[in-house]
Design a protein around this ligand. Sequence first.
Ligand code: NAD
Ligand code: TYD
Length: 339
Amino acid sequence: MKILVTGGAGFIGSNFIFHMREKHPAYELVCLDKLTYAGNLETLAPVMEEPNFRFIRADIADREAVYSIFAAEQPDVVVNFAAESHVDRSIENPAVFLETNVMGTQVLLDACRKYGIGRYHQVSTDEVYGDLPLDRPDLFFTEQTPLHTSSPYSASKAAADLLCSAYQRTYNMPITISRCSNNYGPYQFPEKLIPLMIANALADKPLPVYGEGLNVRDWLYVEDHCAAIDLILERGQVGQVYNIGGHNEMKNIDIVRRILAILGKPESLITYVTDRKGHDMRYAIDPSFIHRELGWLPETRFDEGIQKTVQWYLDNRAWWERIVDGEYQGYYERMYANR
Ligand code: NAD
Ligand code: TYD
């Protein structure tokens, strides 16, 4: 079994590679990644020298490069994590989101069609469903919820999902899609809420909370997401969408307070800043389908997962401090100065 993992030098893709190494040591894994600002080869250092792992630097939107990789590698399965993934960046500059998330997905689908594939799995997001109101806690996203996007990021992910469904139906291709809620855990780039707040708190810098901090996200430990994808590859039904989430809804402000408490830092670091444009209010997944069909359940409770995550950032300062010192500096200035 040979799996091509695109975007494997990013947060979830790298965790997926480590998960698959552990659970299926005989599988061959090929990681294809462009190494954008969000991709970090250092993350993959523990597997780089292994005989059944290979890293290839390439852009999923580069048709020629992708075709030659498929011709040479002949993967049995493709799992597509490669994406521009940050909503705030998509508000700043949508074009690269369309290029990678839409055109890149199309190139991968075409390559699968041309070279043949056992399974193509698209890693999507609950953000394709738009948001839910705060005053309707009875509502959840199911696989039947209509797509209704808010940001250029989510619009590009929804477009990719629709292309996947179209290729599945039109060309009868073996495609599955998963839509997961917000992930947290090791190796998450410190522009996303949880690692950003950890990094700022450790530096005694202000913690920029958008609006009033009342927006709700449904947090899942990254390992649980990886286990769900593994299960979908093994037993998922072609043509099916699987929602992944663990019923762990929390307000942003409560997450920030929890991080401060774990680190023993004062709440006076919290700074309310101008809200994100078009800010989605609430995400909440109904995971009953994947539970019923595949028996998946999350294993890590939030209390445990957030402790482990904070500890990981404490133990791996070199990994994120290099990032915070690099290109990210300019982004942080643009995004947060005068906000
Ligand atoms: P990330 O930004 O940490 O990593 C993305 C990876 O893709 C990086 O290694 C980057 O170098 C690579 N990449 C970007 N453009 C590329 C291109 N054109 N060609 C090849 N590689 C490219 O993202 P993440 O948080 O790990 O998310 C992975 C996937 O999971 C994305 O598709 C995202 O939409 C989805 N997702 C993320 C979350 C979350 O909470 N982070 C939740 C649900 C779904
Ligand atoms: P984020 O991690 O960017 O994920 P997403 O927007 O894809 O859900 O943000 C999570 C929530 O945290 C979202 O409601 C925006 C909010 N947020 C802040 O309040 N401050 C910040 O500096 C960041 C990055 C996010």
